[in-house]
Design a protein around this ligand. Sequence first.
Ligand code: URA
Length: 437
Amino acid sequence: MTGGGGGRGPRGAPLTAVDLIRTKRDGGALTDAQIDWVIDAYTRGAVAEEQMAALAMAIVFRGMSYAETTRWTAAMIASGERLDLSGIGRPTVDKHSTGGVGDKITLPLTPLVAACGLAVPQLSGRGLGHTGGTLDKLEAIRGFRTRLSNAEFTRQLSSVGAVICAAGDGLAPADRKLYALRDVTGTVESIPLIASSIMSKKIAEGTSALVLDVKFGRGAFMRQYQDASALAATMVELGRSQGVRTVALLTDMNTPLGRAVGNAVEVEESLEVLAGGGPADVVELTLALAREMLDAGGMTGIDPADALRGGQAMDAWRDLVRAQGGDPDAALPIAVEREVIRAERSGVVVSIDAYQVGVAAWRLGAGRTRKEDPVSAAAGVRLLRRPGEAVVAGEALFELLADDEARIPLAKQAIEGAARIDDAPHEILPLVRERIA
Ligand code: URA
């Protein structure tokens, strides 16, 4: 496999990877036939990894038009199976978050929306780097299975109305291969490539509507608001082009969500929300996304806050956990090593840097550096103060949790200065900044 030959253009002209790379390198547009061919040939192994890496780099620098991005997404969907969830018996709506620090929203949101009458097929991922992954959090629950067959997935969606599991190997295999390649070739940072990667998986899973939580700020994948906004707009358009009603909320990820960052500690906090309590920001975002999902699924006149207060969301959570082999009553793992970080001065906490907290949690063992690394269920960071709260010098700001005390010093370094303290409170900006539909 060298030239990546074998394909034919519209008038029978041979297609080669080198021609596509040159076209994109020089700022040209790829044709539909070229895109269909390169995605298919790459998935089959007929285009070499180094050629796809070169093409991805050319796309990073030159971009792709909306027409190219739409076709690229469609080709990635066509590289595998597209689930048909029309027989589930209720409308299906999924949520996708671009990832953040302390972002446990999928855990309370999925059973909440199911309790309100929709079916939620939630295909989730694992954490990498400073952002956590939903599957890692769920695996803190004893017995919980995150790998389900397609038959188990659809059966549970019909019976419980909610599933949270890993995407099966048959969904968008082109993206699985290409994302792994982009990860090691510095080619993740491209709006058309990110948008097509996320949307190909979400559309292939067969949901009829999708709500996106696109994050911006220190702890987000997209630090700049403008980039997050452009990504959201591209994904909304891609969803529409494939007949999936799609709405995006742009949400602030400068501060970690809630008071817990890690795996078991985030499950614990999600249970507080499902029991009708929990931190105000986690509740606010859960309800904002639930309202969008209910709206996208055509359910009007239902207030999801009632299902939190009334216990129906908690019942749906327990059903979901049991259906996936977990024990909803099992004690969650507890860290053996703890270290408290104290305030150096008195005042009001005005900001907490989500990136620093995310890196600290990662160094404590809650996250991974390489995809194959294990994570610690018990490790993480507790935020004992949040922005807007007063603190006296010497009082606790954070608690670091780990299985192994050797992890503490580097985590302490990461979190140093993460909480800024001032004499008076600063304005706290709204969590949900914009809605794109
Ligand atoms: N998440 C994805 O699934 N794909 C990307 O390209 C980036 C983030």
